[in-house]
Unconditional design. Structure first.
Lengths: 774, 592
């Protein structure tokens, strides 16, 4: 469905508007329709308000302000016929069968024949949705179930019916995958599909088990969270996020849809305390508070939690459970033994695993789909079958039998072996037939994770590794803690450049950690500064500059492929690459000023060069330093790849990949394109304003200082930055070489590092994760 | 015979010339404390040390303390000497004026402390502990406790102790068993037994105030469940005078290698009345105020004993004639040359001298920081001073006391066989000095504190207060060949520090294996810094020194000796550190 030019989204609630925003983020036009309000003159007010609200929402549904302009709003009464302009129609209206069906009938009358129609329902079976609809409609119909918030949650469940045209379903899936960046998991038309079916079982089980075992909410969340690789919100924290009031509706709908034999019924009990909380407006973060709340009584902000028995709030108490530390990563030990911790862990997670096995073949035939759904839909680090492989299927079967919990056939098949295995370098999953089947990545997906399963690194040291990704392309991977940049990375990069020059065509800088790199290893730098090891620090800065210049002027193309945060030195790698293939969710910026430093690995130099040559800028030597100064002195970070492009951290020639899984393959393709007749860039010289320019910037900062917007140390840091960006002692009649700007960067960096204000900022950042405003 | 005269000129040099006392008192807002005032205090303190304390040192060692019917008798003359000590106001020299102290700067107080310990270490312990206890009480006690106890302790009529150790727990205080039970009037009842309590019982004062660590009912396990209590020997009555005898008794005194005139007691607490000092379960925090002060004082004790050993050995080396100088007779008119002509005797004397003067200079630097941390106007300056004290406390404690023992042994060697017999008093100095390496946290623990706690704290922030001044000095004087050895040693220290920070993250045993060598390395660099600075001062003063020329020349020569002969050990220490723990940890336990 690469030919999708325009999509209609019907229903502009949080989900509808979020889906519309993500489609716009992909650069595709959207027609967003909602009902006509009962009062008022603006018949499009509902949809318009939704877009306006989305523009203010954090985390932002839109990747850029320009994306919002791709959304055209309207109302169902006047504009429904315009769905004929659209190549896909997504229905995201209220979860009522009659309303949906009525809408489908209207849609069917106006849509272009063959246009895909899908519903975002999470509770109504597809069979019911198309009941009574013509076969031509049923053939074009699927359920596309997105997760909230649609921009950030990478899971989409796709449900097809027996009449759905497979080719159409494949086109919808491809669009959601490539354009919207979703991992599309195919589900059967069963209640709750996969993620919610299992997630609701897990949450409901956890609430009743916590009540039975007399655990506090903090204890329950501590057990559920870290040990099992589940976000630290655990169960109760997650329910606060989702909204407590949704629970009873969803549970009721699950209970009515699931057969009487389903294990869900045994744990789905009335919880009077919960009902009372909902009735009193304690519906979670959106309400007056949930299981946790921030109390501002007496002017102090105190974190509180609910006592599950009395229903009263009390001060939050960190769980003190020695069993967790004792068990470490041994989940079997955590779930075994006496005491409430083991009992709770087993009942919730053991039964969840048993229930997950039941979803094969009820919800899907593939265990890998269930794991993917839980990883991406609930942000679990491991899916249930990966967890079973950790504790052992035989152990699980034995424990489940002791509880009279029905053992699903797929679990019996796993007895004596594992659900996953690696055969000839290929990951395989166990099927219901008892055989192992290759897990095949879709075309256009290349993962380092897969390559690493069989290959040995071409080069490696303690902080980085280099992999051969085929066709003459090497991939440089940061492997240090948090991908912090250090001497080792620079040293290996130096070697890599020499190696590629000799024997390869191109280099891609990429890794599969949550963040590309959050910058230089500040802990090392701070320690070195504290022991006055200035020479070592300066040589680290100088080496970094050399390596960056080598990358830029290497006789082969270098493509940086960031995802997540690319800050400070991480951003400087992007700036020195010949091209960037960025994951859409890339957050790049030169943030050094936040810790009292400035970009010392050529960041100032590259940003100056880009703004000096950017089209549409006013003439003269001052605009570029001014723009770069604004960006760097405020430590601005782009909130998406699109945002980075506006900052010129990405150039117009750089490209964006929407699906995280496709990033490496896209980067490799780009590298190979560039490798054809590659010529390195010419060194450039620019005209900078010199001391008079610095004066102007200093005056601006002095103004900010007066109004309290700049701190004392901001003035010092900005002063050094201004000196670098205006070219030091240069004259307007001269041109400044890159090497000169690098010298200025390095000298200023060292001067700043010797100030107590900067050292205090670095230390504060390392110890609290927050910037110090000194 | 032990020889001791307070080294007034060197002390003045350290206070006024090296650490610029005029600028220092201005920074702490005490310009009324003039150099003349400080000098006259030093002079008086020197007289007191030589005339009153020194004569009791050997006799006190000979006689020792006695326990009679639960009462400890100090050796003959101690009671009278202590009375004079109080009359002279020596106990409250640097204590706050608010509670009757004289409020003088620590840079002066530490010099006086050194003199007292040089002349009579056993005696020095009694007021030393009292002073430490007043600091803990001042920092953490309630207003009521402070009002009731501090004036008496500062004027010396009441003494203080610190009660930590129990028979089964010394270093690992988390295992403590002494219990505190709340009483309805807000006080506590303390029950348990403590050992190794210095000055736990004696006849010098009318009352003794014990600061006792104990565990309250239901307190968390380990060190985080320990609280501090004030337990007086006599519970003060309403008029403030010692009243009813409290349930704390001395059951025994220890028989020790040295320090015999100081009563080291076993105390039994039987429903003793006590009051909480500071917050419940934060006793270690309160006790650390006292311990940190004591650790610096103990370091100064090491320095102090070495000074007496030096003076005695120098006296003996000039006096004792034996053999001829290797280069031919220097005193042909005499039967033999004094042994001071011999290079190896010189080596001993110069070594002791160079360390002692270096340590005094360093203790002066730390003392200025002690003043700044409580009295500087700028909060940032106070913070920096506190961090400097934190990083230097283990260095001063362990380095000075290791040296105190090594150097007094070296000085004893100058005496030959006469050093080993009791008459000359040298063996007493060696025995007395030995305890300083052990108490207030054994030196191995100090090294661990430095490497395991102080060094990594806040990514090395405490180190900054030492490393930055040294680096700045080296940069400023990069053209001075005298500073080159310091620059080399400092580079070794930087490398060792960066190395340890890295390896100990992965393997804490590496830090443990390197700790003692690292502390010595840092200590040597600190002394090297003090010597290099001293040499700069002496060099500047020499041209117009007039009568003082000999002093400055000696400074320059001793500085050169330190740089030539002692500082090079830093290279070997860095080598040892780099070698790592492997050969240390290799042997099976059974092979020992």
């Amino acid at each position: 469905m690469a030919d999708v030019q325009k999509v209609a989204v019907i229903g502009s609630g949080v989900m509808g508007c979020g889906i519309a925003a993500q489609i716009a983020n992909a650069g595709v036009r959207v027609l967003l329709l909602d009902i006509v309000p009962r009062d008022g003159t603006n018949r499009n007010a509902v949809a318009e308000a939704a877009v306006a609200r989305a523009l203010k929402t954090e985390p932002a549904p839109f990747m850029s302000a320009s994306a919002a302009k791709l959304i055209e709003t309207g109302n169902i009464d006047d504009d429904l016929a315009r769905v004929a302009e659209c190549d896909w129609i997504v229905e995201v209206v209220v979860e009522r069968l009659d309303i949906k069906q009525a809408l489908y009938r209207k849609l069917d009358a106006v849509r272009r024949p063959g246009t895909a129609v899908s519903s975002n329902t999470s509770t109504i079976p597809l069979a019911q949705l198309i009941d009574g609809m013509p076969e031509t409609f049923a053939r074009d119909f699927t359920i596309t179930h997105f997760f909230n918030p649609p921009r950030y949650m990478r899971l989409m469940e796709l449900v097809t019916g027996p009449l759905t045209d497979p080719a159409l379903a494949a086109r919808v899936a491809a669009f959601c995958d490539i354009a919207l960046g979703k991992s599309v998991v195919s589900c059967k038309d069963s209640p709750g599909f996969i993620a919610n079916r299992l997630g609701i079982f897990w949450m409901t089980g956890a609430v009743s088990a916590a009540l039975d075992q007399g655990l506090t909410v903090e204890e329950a969340d501590a057990i559920m969270g870290r040990p099992f690789g589940i976000p630290k919100t655990g169960v109760f924290g997650l329910m606060d996020l989702v909204g407590l009031d949704l629970g009873p509706h969803i549970n009721a709908s699950m209970a009515s849809a699931l057969p009487a034999s389903d294990a869900f019924h045994a744990i789905n009990r009335e919880a009077p305390m919960l009902q009372k909380m909902i009735a009193d407006g304690y519906t979670g973060r959106k309400g007056r508070g949930g299981f946790y709340r921030l109390s501002k009584a007496g002017g102090k902000r105190v974190k509180e939690a609910v006592d599950l028995h009395t229903g009263e709030y009390r001060a939050e108490r960190a769980a003190d459970l020695p069993e967790l530390a004792a068990a470490g990563r041994d989940l079997r030990r955590l779930m075994t033994g006496q005491g409430k911790v083991a009992a709770f862990a087993w009942r919730v997670m053991g039964h969840m695993m048993g229930y997950a096995a039941k979803l094969v073949p009820e919800a899907t035939d593939e265990i890998a789909s269930i794991d993917e759904a839980m990883r991406l839909g609930y942000n679990w680090r491991h899916g249930p079958f990966e967890l079973i492989d950790m504790v052992g299927a035989d152990w699980l079967i034995e424990r489940l039998r002791a509880d009279d919990f029905a053992v699903a056939p797929i679990l019996e098949r796993a007895a004596g072996r594992t659900f996953y295995r690696v055969e000839n370098g290929v990951r395989q999953q166990l099927g219901l037939d008892g055989e192992y089947h290759d897990i095949v990545r879709p075309e256009g997906v290349l993962m380092l994770e897969d390559i690493k399963r069989t290959a040995k690194p071409v080069l490696r040291n303690a902080s980085a590794a280099v992999w051969d990704i085929g066709d003459g392309v090497l991939c440089f991977e940061f492997t240090s803690k948090s991908n912090a940049l250090d001497e080792q990375i620079m040293a290996l990069m130096g070697k890599t450049v020499a190696l590629v020059k000799q024997s390869y065509k191109a280099l891609v800088i990429y890794n599969e950690a949550p963040n590309f790199s959050v910058g230089a290893n500040l802990g090392l730098a701070l320690f070195a500064a504290n022991i006055a090891a200035w020479m070592q620090v300066e040589s680290m800065v100088a080496t970094g500059q050399e390596v960056m210049q080598k990358l830029k002027y290497a006789p082969f193309p270098v493509v940086a492929a960031p995802a997540g945060m690319a800050l400070g030195g991480g951003c400087e790698f992007l700036l020195h690459a010949d091209a960037v293939q960025a994951y859409a969710e890339t957050y790049a910026g030169l943030v050094e000023c936040g810790v009292g430093l400035l970009p010392g690995w050529g960041g100032c130099k590259e940003m100056l060069g880009r703004w000096a040559t950017a089209p549409g800028q006013p003439k003269g030597p001052m605009p570029a330093p001014t723009r770069v100064f604004e960006m760097i002195s405020t430590a601005k970070v782009g909130k998406s790849a699109a945002d980075a492009a506006e900052m010129l951290v990405l150039r117009p020639t750089d490209r964006v990949t929407m699906n995280r899984y496709r990033l490496l393959a896209d980067a490799k393709t780009r590298a190979l394109e560039l490798a054809v007749d590659y010529t390195p860039p010419e060194p450039r010289e620019i005209v900078l304003p010199g001391p008079s320019g610095k004066l102007a910037l200093d005056q601006a900062v002095a103004g900010f200082r007066k109004t309290g917007m700049a701190t004392k140390h901001d003035v010092t840091v900005s002063g050094e930055l201004a000196r670098v960006l205006t070219g030091g002692d240069t004259d307007i009649l001269d041109t400044v070489k890159e090497s000169r700007i690098l010298d200025l960067e390095r000298e200023a960096f060292m001067r700043l590092l010797k100030t107590s204000g900067t050292l205090a900022r670095i230390e504060h950042m390392l110890e609290t994760g927050k910037p110090l405003r000194n | 015979m032990q020889v001791y005269k307070a080294p007034l000129r060197d002390m003045q040099f350290v206070m006024h010339e090296l650490h610029n006392s005029a600028a220092h008192v201005a920074e702490i807002g005490q310009t009324d404390v003039t150099a003349e005032l400080m000098d006259s205090v030093l002079e008086e303190a020197g007289k007191f040390a030589t005339d009153i304390l020194l004569p009791l040192n050997a006799s006190g060692d000979e006689e020792g303390c006695r326990l009679e019917n639960g009462v400890v008798r100090t050796p003959k003359g101690f009671v009278e000497a202590y009375k004079k000590f109080c009359e002279g106001g020596w106990g409250g020299l640097s204590s706050p004026t608010e509670y009757g102290g004289q409020g003088l700067p620590e840079i002066l107080g530490k010099m006086v402390e050194e003199m007292q310990c040089s002349a009579n270490l056993s005696f020095g312990l009694y007021p030393g502990l009292t002073h430490g206890a007043t600091l803990a009480l001042e920092g953490h006690g309630s207003e009521e406790l402070k009002r009731r106890y501090l004036p008496k302790m500062i004027d010396g009529s009441w003494a203080g102790t610190m009660c930590l150790t129990e028979a089964h727990c010394g270093t690992d205080l988390g295992m403590m068993r002494t219990k505190a039970t709340p009483h309805e009037d807000g006080s506590y009842r303390i029950n348990g037994a403590k050992i190794f309590i210095s000055a736990g019982e004696h006849d010098l004062t009318e009352n003794i105030v014990h600061l006792v660590l104990a565990r309250m009912d239901g307190a968390p396990r380990g060190i985080k469940g320990v609280s501090m209590f004030l337990v007086p020997k006599f519970v003060p009555s309403e008029d403030g005078r010692p009243g009813a005898r409290n349930g704390v008794t001395c059951t025994a005194i220890e028989h020790k290698m040295g320090l015999k005139a100081s009563a080291t007691t076993q105390l039994y607490f039987d429903d003793a009345v006590g009051w909480l000092v500071g917050e419940p379960n934060r006793g270690m925090r309160a006790m650390f105020t006292m311990m940190n002060a004591e650790r610096l004082s103990v370091g100064i004790q090491g320095l102090a004993v070495a000074e007496t050993a030096y003076q005695s050995a120098a006296f003996y080396a000039r006096d004792r004639i034996q053999g001829r100088a290797l280069s031919g007779a220097k005193y042909p008119e005499r039967a033999a040359d004094p042994i001071i002509v011999h290079p190896d005797v010189r080596r001993s004397l110069m070594t002791v001298r160079a360390y002692v003067e270096g340590c005094r200079a360093l203790s002066g630097w730390v003392a200025t920081a002690l003043d700044l941390e409580s009295k500087a106007a700028d909060p940032e300056r106070r913070q920096e001073a506190e961090e400097f004290v934190a990083i230097m406390t283990p260095v001063v404690k362990a380095l000075f006391t290791d040296l105190g023992f090594e150097l007094s042994s070296m000085a004893l060697q100058v005496y030959g066989g006469h050093g080993y017999i009791r008459d000359h008093g040298m063996e007493q100095l060696v025995r007395d000095a030995r305890i300083c390496m052990i108490y207030e946290g054994a030196n191995g623990i100090q090294a661990l504190d430095l490497v395991g706690r102080k060094m990594p704290a806040h990514m090395g922030r405490f180190l900054r207060q030492f490393f930055h001044p040294v680096q700045a000095f080296i940069e400023t004087n990069s053209d001075d060949p005298k500073v080159l050895p310091l620059a080399k040693s400092f580079a070794a220290l930087q490398q060792a520090t960066a190395h340890l920070a890295q390896v100990s993250q992965k393997d804490p045993e590496e830090a443990g294996a390197a700790a003692t060598d690292y502390l010595r390395l840092m200590g040597l660099v600190a002394l090297g810094f003090m010597w290099a600075k001293s040499a700069k001062v002496a060099e500047a003063k020499l041209p117009h020194a007039n009568g003082d020329a000999g002093f400055y020349k000696a400074k320059l020569t001793t500085a050169q000796f330190f740089a030539d002969r002692l500082l090079p050990q830093t290279g070997a220490l860095w080598g040892a550190i780099k070698a790592g723990k492997a050969s240390m940890m290799e042997l099976e336990e059974a092979a020992f």
